[in-house]
Design a protein around this ligand. Structure first.
Ligand code: LLP
Length: 499
């Protein structure tokens, strides 16, 4: 479906643009979430209205933010022959993939399923790099048949398999070795990949010998070198250090086998702690930024650090950003079901859980949480249980309009309904008073949000909406109870005997 046709116009929109910097070319604001008349908007769409239509929990993404990030990165890299391969794992909804494919992006994929999605979204397999430490023979065949740009090979054993399968199919397999430069990216231990203790890649000192073996394999074409040191990296130095370590190998391979590209991976971090404020250009320009925001890495700082190291290689440079493109382009909307006071603690129990957004539980990640209606309480109306694709909760048409002008700050835990103590979004968070029925936006949820969601506690997966300007469209329906048992074998079917 054409992107334009997918969107519907929001009924009440105010086209006076609160985000006046939106159309400036390179240094515009970094996301398009903002308050207009006290109501949180995504671009020109009132988020309370979207929640009213589709219920909560609900992921909402800003198309303009995604494209703005892509275009700014693309423009900053203009001095290089480059290809941005969006890391589909960050958010693989086909509508998002199509946005980026239409903008000219390639894709970094890590499974047959991701390749399938990219193809369904109209992506070009000739711009796809296939990464991952455990590709199956079936996935290799599929990627070979589709003529992907490169297999990023992570071990000698994998190289052997790709060679065998390519020979059997009488096809040539284009490969790059993923080398591990042993650089500390100073990020969470679970998202660090470029150290020797990690399972990823091939140690730099072994790479030359394995390339040599590859050069002697009949159906293998050596096309590049790849590396990726980790994710949510908020300083430029580790990227530059890693490039410096790998460049000698790249030069040697260019000379000896004529490789086509050097892929420097993804990993650019985004702002989580001041997510909302960082949407304004002024925040980035401000010299009085707080300690939380000091960890912000701008696209320009990143490119300034890497460009001088890559320029005279005269090779195509591939980048694999995921989070940078989609992270701050998404929020998770959630309604407050109950307020609970126990001893010293106050909890807001919301309708989203760790099954919808697992990052706080898994990595203790910080996500900023803000009210959708500034100083305003919105009542939730209960709907019958979710037997259809309808949402379990819906905003009441008669929202309580009591403007709470003197909201006090308080410490509160924002927790989900899942039966796990790890089911939290914020612990002891200082926030304006939260009340039952409030609608909250969990910021920076566009990357590694929905894609890591599960049905734990038999909770249907949330819906997803894409906004563009004053239009919005449902890009994934909320799951129903029926969806939860789809694919399970009937409980009435007798067990079969041993064969
Ligand atoms: N390239 C490779 C080889 C990767 O493994 C990854 C991410 C990327 C590119 C994209 O990295 P990004 O630009 O998005 O940082 N679930 C974790 C993040 C895991 C990242 C896995 N690999 C989180 O929620 O923080």
């Amino acid at each position: 479906m054409a992107q334009k046709k997918m969107f519907r116009r929001a009924a009440e929109t105010d086209t006076r643009d609160a985000c006046a910097t939106r159309r400036s070319p390179l240094d515009s604001c970094v996301h398009f979430f903002h308050y207009r008349n006290g109501k949180l908007h995504c671009e020109d769409v009132d988020l309370a209205r979207v929640a009213q239509e589709f219920g909560t929990p609900l992921y909402v993404y800003s198309a303009s933010t995604i494209l703005d990030h892509y275009r700014r990165l693309d423009a900053a890299l203009a001095p290089l022959d480059h290809l941005i391969c969006y890391a589909a794992k960050a958010n693989s909804n086909r509508a998002i993939l199509k946005l980026l494919a239409d903008a000219g992006a390639g894709f970094d994929i890590v499974s047959g399923g991701e390749l399938f999605r990219v193809l369904k979204a109209g992506g070009d397999p000739a711009k796809c790099t296939f990464a991952g430490v455990g590709k199956s023979p079936e996935e290799m065949e599929y990627a070979l048949d589709q003529r992907v740009y490169s297999f990023n090979v992570e071990s000698e054993a994998e190289l052997g398999y790709i060679g065998k399968i390519a020979t059997a199919k009488k096809l040539r397999a284009p490969i790059a070795l993923r080398v591990n430069p042993d650089v500390d990216p100073h990020t969470h231990e679970y998202t660090s990949t470029g150290l020797q203790e990690n399972k990823f890649g091939i140690a730099l000192e072994h790479a030359a010998a394995i390339y040599e073996r590859a050069a002697n394999m009949p159906n293998i074409d050596i096309v590049g070198v790849q590396m990726h040191i980790g994710s949510q990296i908020t300083e430029a130095k580790p990227f530059a250090d890693a490039i410096k370590k790998v460049v000698p190998l790249v030069r040697e391979l260019k000379l000896k086998v004529g490789i086509k590209f050097f892929s420097i991976g993804g990993g650019l971090g985004i702002v989580y702690e001041s997510s909302f404020a960082s949407g304004a250009k002024e925040w980035w320009d401000s010299s009085t930024i707080t300690s939380a925001s000091k960890s912000a890495l701008s696209i320009q700082q990143y490119v300034d650090a890497i460009l001088p190291l890559l320029r005279d290689l005269k090779l195509r440079v591939l980048l694999e950003p995921g989070r940078l493109l989609v992270g701050n382009a998404g929020v998770l909307l959630t309604g407050v079901r109950y307020i609970k006071q126990t001893g010293q603690k106050k909890f807001a129990i919301v309708d989203a859980g760790m099954n919808d957004l697992i990052r706080p539980a898994l990595y203790h990640s910080y996500h900023e949480i803000i009210p959708v209606e500034e100083g305003r309480v919105v009542a939730l109306r209960r709907l019958p249980p979710c037997r259809t694709a309808r949402r379990p909760y819906q905003l009441s048409k008669s929202t309580r309009k009591s403007k709470n002008t003197n909201k006090t700050m308080e410490k509160i835990d924002i927790v989900g309904p899942v039966c796990e103590s790890g089911d939290f979004f914020a612990i002891d968070r200082e926030m304006p008073e939260v009340r039952e029925g409030d609608l909250l936006a969990i910021m920076s949820a566009g990357a590694y949000g929905f894609v890591m969601a599960s049905n734990y506690n038999s909770r249907p997966l949330p819906a997803e909406v894409l906004v563009s300007g004053d239009k919005f469209s449902l890009i994934r329906e909320r799951q129903t109870y029926q969806d939860l048992v789809r694919g399970e074998v009937s409980v009435d079917r007798p067990l079969r005997g041993r064969c």
